[in-house]
Design a protein around this ligand. Structure first.
Ligand code: FES
Ligand code: FE
Length: 443
């Protein structure tokens, strides 16, 4: 009898009431293939920030699952996202990361597509019989595109709920990062790519709520940056995990801890000045959440650190590898010197040469590669911390657990993962919290 027999019901890969997850979801090729079908071909995914393509015909290439896509700014200011694969024999039509162009012309036989994804012309068009190629029918496969406060998202699933519904009440939290003042946000200083030999979910689950690894994994790094002083002693009071639809934010309500640790007094001063305005705009609670020792993931594969301001996606490249793309996100209205100070802080900590990024990457590679062992892979992993700490909070929407030092957001992430992996249609994907902001503005 094979011990490798895989389950058809993906909720059997976990028992979140007992607090465990099956190791095979981080290793098996078949499960990964199902993730591409059920999650990456269905869910809304972060594509780019508006500021990465400000002008008509600006474009940026990325991936949705293993599907290469091009995002391009249109003349009317909207953005289209379409497959980066020629409809003739399939060659990639754009090999650049980004740029500005009038057409994407395929290397193989010279089919040329506009920045709207439509087939516009052919090389040596006169040699073909008239009517052989109906250009109106052979444009590039288009995704649905929508954006939320500067973040552009896309999905290839016509049946998917609206982006607003997909984000749900998480918009209340997202606004803490995206809507601090009228100017909104931008990405600065270009993007960085990095490859890690680990399963993509380890990156996402670390950012969705793994506060406690920081006290250990990053202890020496913090000391090196912070006059040999480590983290302040862990305080489980007034700190939370909050999640909905698999998106999660873990935070304290002290504020500004991340920024303080970066040792950027200018930035700290800026935010201290800004805090009363944030409180006016977003309310007292949200102004305190910002910049606490916090981390955030959006389901399925986008994360950021409020305060440190690194913003990234975890693009899967097989079950044992992901491509990390990262940027620094700042408020457009910040003075340039504050933007630069934040960017330097990001570079020193969360980028491939940063003090903290390397600690994490090495751990995730270890988490993944051990499962090559068949006996190892049969085991479970513990996700039971803080399992009895669920609370109802009058101000905080979503599924809320007291204390940052628990696995609540990870459990919700994997529950959403299983919901999508099992669902034959979106009707079968439950909303597991009571929405407060459906159809309402959150600012
Ligand atoms: Fe693109 Fe032939 S494969 S033109
Ligand atoms: Fe970390």
């Amino acid at each position: 009898m094979s011990n490798r027999r895989l389950e058809n019901d993906y909720s059997r890969y976990m028992d979140l009431k007992e607090g465990w997850v099956d190791r095979r979801i981080f290793w098996e090729q078949e499960i990964y293939e199902q993730e591409l079908e059920q999650i990456f071909a269905k869910a809304w995914q972060f594509i780019a920030h508006d500021s990465m393509m400000p002008n008509p015909n600006d474009f940026y290439t990325t991936y949705m699952g293993e599907d290469g896509v091009i995002a391009a700014r249109q003349k009317d200011g909207s953005v289209k996202v379409f497959l980066n694969s020629c409809t003739h024999r399939g060659n990639k039509i754009c090999y650049a990361d980004d740029g500005n162009t009038r057409n994407f012309t395929c290397n193989y036989h010279g089919w040329a597509f506009g920045t709207d994804g439509e087939l516009k012309g052919l090389s040596n068009e006169h040699v073909y019989d008239e009517g052989d190629i109906d250009k109106s029918k052979w444009g590039l496969k288009q995704a649905r595109v929508d954006s939320y406060k500067g973040l552009i998202f896309a999905t290839f699933d016509e049946e998917a709920p609206s982006l607003e519904e997909f984000l749900g009440d998480f918009r209340w939290y997202l606004d803490i990062m995206l809507d601090q003042d009228d100017g909104g946000t931008e990405f600065i200083g270009g993007g960085i790519k990095n490859y890690i030999n680990a399963n993509w979910k380890f990156g996402v689950e670390n950012f969705v709520g793994d506060a406690y690894h920081a006290l250990w994994t990053h202890d020496s790094g913090f000391k090196a940056m912070n006059n040999n002083e480590g983290f302040p002693p862990a305080d489980p009071t007034d700190s939370y995990h909050a999640s909905m639809n698999g998106h999660g934010w873990e935070f304290g309500t002290e504020g500004l801890a991340d920024i303080a640790i970066l040792g950027q007094p200018k930035v700290l001063e800026y935010y201290e000045k800004m805090r009363p305005k944030m409180a006016e705009r977003l309310g007292e609670m949200r102004s305190k959440i910002f910049g606490s020792l916090a981390s955030v993931s959006l389901f399925p594969n986008c994360s950021f650190l409020p305060g440190i301001q690194t913003f990234r996606v975890w693009l899967p490249r097989g079950p044992h590898k992901f491509e990390m793309r990262m940027w620094t996100i700042v408020n457009k209205n910040m003075p340039d010197e504050i933007k630069q100070a934040i960017n330097i802080g990001c570079m020193q900590t969360f980028n491939p040469a940063g003090v903290l990024e390397m600690d994490d990457g090495e751990n995730w590679e270890g988490n993944t590669s051990v499962n090559k062992g068949v006996v190892t892979r049969r085991g479970k992993l513990h996700y039971g911390c803080g399992i009895n700490r669920r609370i109802e909070h009058e101000e905080l929407p979503g599924i809320v657990y007291a204390s940052q030092f628990n696995d609540a957001n990870q459990r919700q992430f994997y529950e959403r993962w299983a919901d999508l992996m099992n669902a034959k249609s979106w009707d079968q994907v439950p909303t597991r919290y009571t929405p407060r902001y459906a159809g309402k503005k959150t600012v």
